[in-house]
Design a protein around this ligand. Structure first.
Ligand SMILES: NC(=O)c1ccc[n+]([C@@H]2O[C@H](COP(=O)([O-])OP(=O)(O)OC[C@H]3O[C@@H](n4cnc5c(N)ncnc54)[C@H](OP(=O)(O)O)[C@@H]3O)[C@@H](O)[C@H]2O)c1
Length: 248
């Protein structure tokens, strides 16, 4: 695969931030984009800025029935799925003892289990096609411990990279490639909607001017997807930050 023209691209978490920027960017590059998230009216807004054919599907990616319905709708409409972007995710800030067990379980549901389960649903189609690309959005937190009080989040993002490594091995010879993306801080709603957002807000405001924008991240990803790389740092800043923390 070396062109996006006519490709069917499924993006989770497309109602805001990186997912919305990726939807616009893939669409600009002539892909047919499936946008999914829980907030349907927000998906509709993003769709208005996509110049090519789109399909918007409301889906909670942690819900088994929603995931199956999503895949059925795509296959009914376009009969194929060329690219899956597992982007939907959430954050968690705070000392481990202060966070409820349920909230930690929910974080694993959204950040890693939904990625595993959606990938499982897409694989039979990609295997039949003999071609496909799976892009898993991790973080530099998937490679290093970049901050205090985010241990649970760090473990979910390390799991995304571990899962992706396993997939690369399992998918050898199938024509399906796997990429993980490791961004640094991005200025999105993530810092308002994540668990512990309130406690984080002062630190985040100080860092805001050094964050990448979702559009920079989306462009950085799309500029590199055809390179034979497993890990993508979408911007120079993300690569620099990774090298700064890598000995820890
Ligand atoms: N922001 C950062 O600094 C940063 C850095 C590194 C990596 N990342 C990663 O980048 C990805 C995107 O984050 P972002 O910064 O763009 O955050 P964001 O603006 O908060 O977007 C998160 C997206 O995930 C969706 N989502 C959350 N729970 C969902 C669920 N149960 N089912 C379906 N969709 C769900 C949200 O949509 P609905 O609420 O409408 O469902 C939203 O579209 C995440 O995986 C995050 O971990 C972010």
């Amino acid at each position: 695969m070396n062109s996006l023209k006519g490709k069917v691209v499924l993006i989770t978490g497309a109602s805001s931030g990186v997912g919305a920027a990726l939807a616009r960017e893939f669409s600009k590059r002539e892909a047919r984009v499936v946008l999914t998230a829980r907030r349907f009216e927000r998906l509709q807004e993003v769709i208005r800025h996509c110049p090519n054919e789109t399909l918007g599907v409301r889906c909670d990616v942690t819900d088994t029935k929603d995931r199956q319905n999503l895949i059925n709708q795509i296959l009914d409409r376009w009969k194929k799925i060329d690219i899956l972007v597992n982007n939907a995710g959430s954050g968690m800030y705070g000392s481990l003892e202060s966070i409820d067990e349920k909230e930690i379980r929910d974080l694993f549901e959204i950040n890693i289990l939904s990625t595993i389960f959606l990938t499982r649903l897409v694989l039979p189609t990609m295997k039949k096609q003999g071609e496909g690309l799976i892009i898993n959005i991790s973080s530099i937190a998937g490679l290093v411990a970049h901050s205090n009080n985010v241990a649970a989040y760090i473990s979910t993002k390390h799991a995304v990279i571990g899962f992706s490594r396993g997939l690369v091995k399992d998918l050898q010879g199938t024509g399906i490639r796997v990429i993980v993306v490791c961004p640094h801080l991005i200025s999105t709603e993530f810092f308002e909607s994540s668990t512990g957002a309130q406690e984080m807000s002062e630190i985040i405001e100080k860092l805001r001017s050094r964050m990448d924008s979702p559009d920079q991240v989306a462009q950085g990803i799309l500029d590199q997807i055809f390179l034979e790389r497993f890990i993508i740092f979408p911007t120079e800043m993300s690569e620099r930050v990774y090298h700064k923390f890598r000995d820890i």
